[in-house]
Design a protein around this ligand. Structure first.
Ligand code: 6PG
Length: 223
């Protein structure tokens, strides 16, 4: 596996502290017009992480430009939409951010151009599925095997473990990020995390961003 594993008592608390520190350190060195490019995830662990992050004091949210690592092809205000999850758990709570760039299934190329023009992400938040997927890159999917020049693709789980058509950043886009933070919580992730740790070729284990940090609780780490 690639990256640094931190076994923590409570993944959302550790996530909130790490992300707030990264944004704070960025703010100290930021020049005029510099923005911290943060990509958000989806799923129940992400929701808990964002709820914790939303209550951290003194985060300079006005410097944070918000992107998404993946999205389900549903209405923007659907309870299943990752952007809706992000609004409810984080964005509506923190107030002003520099910008929010929701992913729409209609326009993968447009989002790819947006990312290319903005430059690499400073931090991408990623989850780990029980099947080893991350973002919406599923084992055996075309999206996982996309050629290096593509940054955003439509995706579907060929094994039908995960519902909804999706849109996802590719490994190339994820790997361009300065820091990828995985959050892995609960016994249902124990097997997939063990596969990652053992170096098996599951999608999440292919992530090779500038730095990769795995925040894993005791239940998922099996310790
Ligand atoms: C999504 C997510 C997805 C998620 C994993 C793990 O849209 O479903 O982006 O990739 O990160 O399924 O989710 P949990 O950590 O919440 O189980």
């Amino acid at each position: 596996m690639i990256g640094e594993v931190r076994v923590v008592d409570h993944v959302p608390t550790a996530f909130a502290a790490l992300v707030a520190t990264e944004i704070g350190e960025f703010a100290v060195g930021a020049g005029e017009g510099d923005l911290f490019r943060l990509a958000l995830s989806g799923g129940p662990t992400a929701r808990r992480c964002y709820e914790e992050l939303a209550v951290v004091d003194d985060v300079p949210w006005e410097l944070v430009d918000v992107y998404f690592g993946d999205e389900r092809c549903v209405a923007a205000d659907s309870p299943d939409a990752n952007q809706q999850l992000a609004r409810e758990s984080l964005l509506d709570r923190v107030g002003i951010v520099a910008g929010v760039h929701p992913l729409s299934c209609d326009d993968p190329d447009g989002y790819g151009e947006l990312l290319r023009a903005a430059g690499p992400l400073d931090l991408i938040h990623l989850g780990l599925g029980p099947d080893g997927h991350t973002a919406s890159l599923f084992a055996g999917s075309e999206a996982l095997e996309s050629p290096g020049e593509r940054l955003v693709v439509r995706s579907v789980d060929p094994n039908a473990h995960n519902p909804f058509e999706r849109i996802s950043l590719t490994l190339a886009a994820i790997d361009a990020a300065r820091l990828a933070v995985f959050t892995v919580a609960g016994t249902e992730k124990r097997d997939s995390f063990a596969m990652v740790r053992a170096g098996e070729d599951v999608p999440a284990a292919r992530v090779n961003a500038g730095r990769v940090v795995w925040l894993v609780d005791i239940e998922a780490a099996g310790e």
